[in-house]
Ligand binder design. Structure first.
Ligand SMILES: Cc1cc2nc3c(=O)[nH]c(=O)nc-3n(C[C@H](O)[C@H](O)[C@H](O)COP(=O)(O)O)c2cc1C
Ligand code: SF4
Length: 440
């Protein structure tokens, strides 16, 4: 359904609310684990410089990406280093981060991960845990543009998580949310997408449980509905508590938008501030980090969520064409437009769109070198924007951009883009590793 509106800029400039937070326009800086915190999980000068630079670019809200709620999440985190909320000692640094973003005049939410589930990195005597023992299989043809894993990759098989472990993670997550609130964050978002722990419960493809957490939509929603309920009891009715979840598995044996929306409706009964939609998951990453704008709209995903939960604000991803974002908002199946890679390529994108300076926009090329660097655990760079990942140095707050990791890149995940030579080398390295010729 096409809805008439005067101009995209006018629609995208309109203010709106999530809970008790006023947001001045429809652009939201989406969560990205590119923050280069200190090795032990505190915000660094670079973390703050990256975020304040985005805040100055005109978006209405920032969601801080890739942070952990629990010590277990920290141990297994696939991205390192990572911001932490699992102890009170992190509150002063987080407060400094929040104050710096607030000084630029916009609110800031924290996306926190209770556990990475089947995407976690297992350690000795520390297997990964998920709803059911279903490993993540990343098939080579289902990767985003510019990513190549010879022969694909299958992660270690997770163990089925017990009820006691679920409740312990919930307890620690509630404590992490209270720390976020104390540090001044205006809202929180639970990471329940991709193949992280909470996501594994939401779709029958990865949830084969026979207990109260498996089977019906009501049961599959239970882990997340209980977590949101427990958080609500502590933070009150108006503090924004959102969830990031997938809208579509995009896999033959997977769940479609109506199924996910049915699960979302159960969770929403506990008082959701918003749902940040994401498309696909690690097994359908070509949909998750797509090059095309508006794919989720084309597949009717936000529309299905809107039908199931008319009153919960919806954030859309990969809808970077202003006309499409404005259309979704005007038609009522979107409330905020999340921007991820476009904000690495051009932090001033929101201002340029809202002021009608479209010819000045530096467009992301979707070649995904930023994503390759994320996978290899090295600081983000963007060849469209040499400042990205070096904002602290650019602004004169010098700080060595350490690549020091808590652990080395111990699992050799090889990516090569477009070069047959590199791909050949990568293939040889991958098969050598399988034959245990490369020490790990
Ligand atoms: C470098 C990089 C880091 C990301 N980190 C996160 C993250 O921490 N949490 C998350 O939910 N999504 C993360 N994403 C996914 C984005 O939020 C977004 O869903 C995806 O890039 C598609 O949106 P886009 O077309 O605006 O880039 C990341 C993406 C990139 C490219
Ligand atoms: S490196 Fe820059 S231009 Fe390339 S995909 Fe990432 S954000 Fe876009």
């Amino acid at each position: 359904m096409s809805v008439q509106f005067r101009s995209a800029a006018e629609v995208l400039s309109s203010s709106w609310r999530i809970g008790d937070v006023e947001i001045k326009n429809r652009y939201v800086v989406g969560p990205m684990a590119v923050l280069q915190p200190t090795v032990d999980g505190h915000p660094s000068e670079q973390t703050i410089a990256f975020l304040t630079r985005r805040a100055r670019g005109g978006a209405g809200l920032i969601i801080v990406g890739g942070t952990v709620a629990t010590e277990g999440g920290y141990m297994e985190a696939p991205f390192q280093p990572i911001l932490r909320f699992d102890h009170d000692k992190f509150i002063p640094g987080l407060t400094r981060l929040v104050d710096a973003v607030h000084a630029e005049g916009i609110p800031v939410f924290a996306q926190i991960f209770p556990s990475f589930g089947a995407m976690g990195v297992p350690g000795d005597d520390r297997p990964t845990k998920a709803a059911s023992p279903k490993p993540v299989r990343m098939a080579a043809p289902r990767l985003p543009e510019g990513l190549y894993i010879p022969g694909g990759r299958t992660n270690p098989t997770p163990m089925e998580i017990t009820k006691e472990e679920i409740l312990e993670i919930q307890r620690q997550t509630v404590a992490a949310v209270l720390r976020a609130k104390k540090a001044g964050f205006d809202g929180v978002e639970l990471g329940a997408h991709m193949r992280y722990l909470y996501a594994s419960f939401l779709t029958p493809r990865t949830n084969w449980r026979k207990d109260e957490y498996g089977g019906s939509a009501e049961n599959r929603a239970r882990i997340l509905a209980d977590a949101v309920h427990a958080i609500r009891v502590e933070v009150g009715p108006d503090y924004p508590v959102g969830v990031r979840m997938s809208a579509n598995d995009h896999l033959e044996d997977g769940q479609g938008p109506e199924g996910f929306a049915e699960v979302a409706a159960v969770i929403a009964r506990e008082g959701l501030g918003y749902i940040a939609l994401t498309d696909g998951n690690y097994e359908s990453m070509n949909y998750n980090v797509t090059s095309e704008s508006g794919v989720m709209i084309k597949h009717g995903e936000p529309q299905a969520f809107r039908d199931a939960i008319p009153d919960v604000p919806l954030l859309l991803s990969s809808t970077y064409k202003p006309q499409q974002g404005a259309q979704a908002i005007a038609a009522g199946y979107g409330d905020g437009i999340m921007l991820a890679r476009q904000m690495l390529a051009d932090p001033d994108f929101p201002t340029k769109v809202l002021e009608g300076r479209d010819d000045e926009i530096i467009w992301c090329d979707h070649a995904n070198s930023c994503l390759r660097r994320l996978i290899l655990n090295v600081p983000v760079r963007c060849h469209k924007n040499p400042e990205t990942g070096r904002e602290a140095v650019q602004t004169g707050v010098r700080e060595p951009l350490s690549v020091k990791l808590k652990r080395p890149v111990q699992d050799l995940l090889i990516t090569a883009a477009g070069s047959p030579t590199l791909m050949g080398v990568a293939d040889k390295l991958a098969s050598a590793r399988q034959n245990s010729k490369i020490p790990q």
